[in-house]
Design a protein around this ligand. Structure first.
Ligand SMILES: CC(C)(COP(=O)(O)OP(=O)(O)OC[C@H]1O[C@@H](n2cnc3c(N)ncnc32)[C@H](O)[C@@H]1OP(=O)(O)O)[C@@H](O)C(=O)NCCC(=O)NCCS
Length: 374
């Protein structure tokens, strides 16, 4: 057996998938065969969520049924809602998301049933409840009254309503919807692979999503959208951007929101998200972050040949929409639940325990000495 090590599983193909295809050579990403950009232009998030979970775009009738189910499942149990109110106010919302889905697993009557039908029912409950749980924490930690979900509002509209008590104009909702579509799925990234690994021991969907959330939190993965905002806040104004980024590169710092394991000449999701970032900046009459964005991007490409990833434009977009910075990655969660779930279901359908090997380089074999002899 070869002992050649591919750190970080670099370039290793570990399984097959029908969910999505990342094509860095032609800068494209498809979900179930449809280009993500095309889906952003022609669909709302619920249609794409349906596509990712079911393999086909919904007909009008199928979409209506899907939306009805999602809206019906939004209500949280009293226990979960009371728990959220008691969570430490300083807790990171990603930890709240992780804990909330764990509690949903305690409460779900079908937790142990991994059949495709039960899994789909559980997915719908997690998908519907997660935004409600996060919005409840958003309000609770500010000492504000929790706002109940509304059945006449879409997935995105309802999230704004529950966080802010109002729904913004259509263009802002569309930009949010687009960000959710772009975040929904991305093949074997760290969190999805984590979810599949957990699933491979025939564990349950709540456990797999709990683990995936923990994985997404890291700044090298989903946590990057928050780090981008911290960076922009440090830069403060466009006039500082050039000096700041050159200094960061001189110091060999990792610049968040740039680089990607798979895309080496640009992330296929960035042009669409950049366009919507511009639209939101225009509506909000705030061009400061766009200017910083462009300066930093230019230097990163010119000096390092490293391109932005999708977290670079989503960070400032969410900021302009009014969300607290530590809610950016949780927003990623409410969308990626669809991709994770599709992969969990796929893993169950053709499971093989994921168990790689390691090349041992620790101490040579030694004899145990009794405690009083050491
Ligand atoms: C995403 C990421 C982890 C990919 O990592 P990877 O495929 O393992 O690639 P590496 O980290 O080995 O990067 C290759 C080279 O580019 C450099 N590089 C990669 N991303 C960089 C970044 N964001 N800023 C500065 N340098 C970067 C590395 O320092 C390395 O340089 P070296 O060869 O001189 O050591 C990495 O690009 C990164 O840390 N990005 C910032 C975090 C981020 O935005 N994550 C969200 C991803 S969607």
């Amino acid at each position: 057996m070869s002992d050649e090590i591919k750190k970080g599983l670099l370039g290793i193909v570990v399984d097959e998938t029908e969910v999505s295809k990342v094509m860095p050579e032609i800068n494209s990403l498809t979900y179930r065969g449809y280009a993500a950009q095309d889906l952003c232009a022609k669909c709302k998030f619920e249609e794409v969520a349906y596509l990712i979970l079911n393999g086909e775009l919904p007909t009008k009738k199928q979409l209506k049924k899907f939306e009805k189910e999602e809206r019906k499942d939004r209500k949280l149990s009293k226990t979960l809602l009371d728990d959220i109110k008691k969570f430490p106010k300083k807790a990171h919302p990603m930890d709240v998301a992780r804990t909330a889905v764990s509690i949903m697993g305690l409460e779900d009557k079908e937790t142990k049933d991994n059949s495709p039908k039960a899994n789909m029912r559980k997915v719908m409950r997690i998908f519907a409840k997660m935004p409600v749980a996060l919005a409840a924490f958003y309000r609770a930690r500010k000492g504000k009254k929790i706002i109940s979900p509304q059945k006449n509002l879409s997935f995105s509209e309802n999230f704004f309503h529950m966080c802010f008590g109002k729904v913004p104009n259509k263009e802002i909702v569309k930009a949010f919807d687009v960000s959710l579509i772009l975040y929904a799925e991305h093949s074997f990234n760290v969190s999805t692979f984590t979810a599949r690994t957990i699933t491979s021991s025939l564990s349950d969907i709540h456990g797999a999503i709990t683990g995936a959330i923990a994985s997404l939190k890291g700044p090298l993965h989903g946590g990057a959208n928050e780090e981008v905002m911290h960076m922009m806040n440090k830069i403060k104004k466009p006039e500082n951007a050039l000096k700041w980024i050159n200094k960061a590169l001189d110091n060999k710092d990792v610049v968040m929101g740039f680089g990607h394991r798979v895309y080496k000449s640009g992330d296929s999701r960035v042009p669409t998200m950049r366009e919507y970032f511009g639209k939101v900046a225009k509506i909000k009459k705030d061009k400061k972050f766009e200017k910083i964005y462009d300066i930093v991007e230019k230097v990163m490409i010119n000096r390092k040949n490293i391109y932005p990833n999708v977290d670079y434009p989503t960070g400032p977009t969410y900021h302009l929409m009014g969300f607290d910075t530590d809610f950016f990655t949780p927003i990623f969660v409410i969308s990626r639940i669809t991709g994770w779930s599709a992969h969990i279901i796929e893993q169950h359908a053709a499971n093989k325990l994921i168990r790689p090997l390691a090349s041992y380089r620790g101490s040579k074999h030694r004899k145990v000495l009794q405690l009083n002899q050491r």
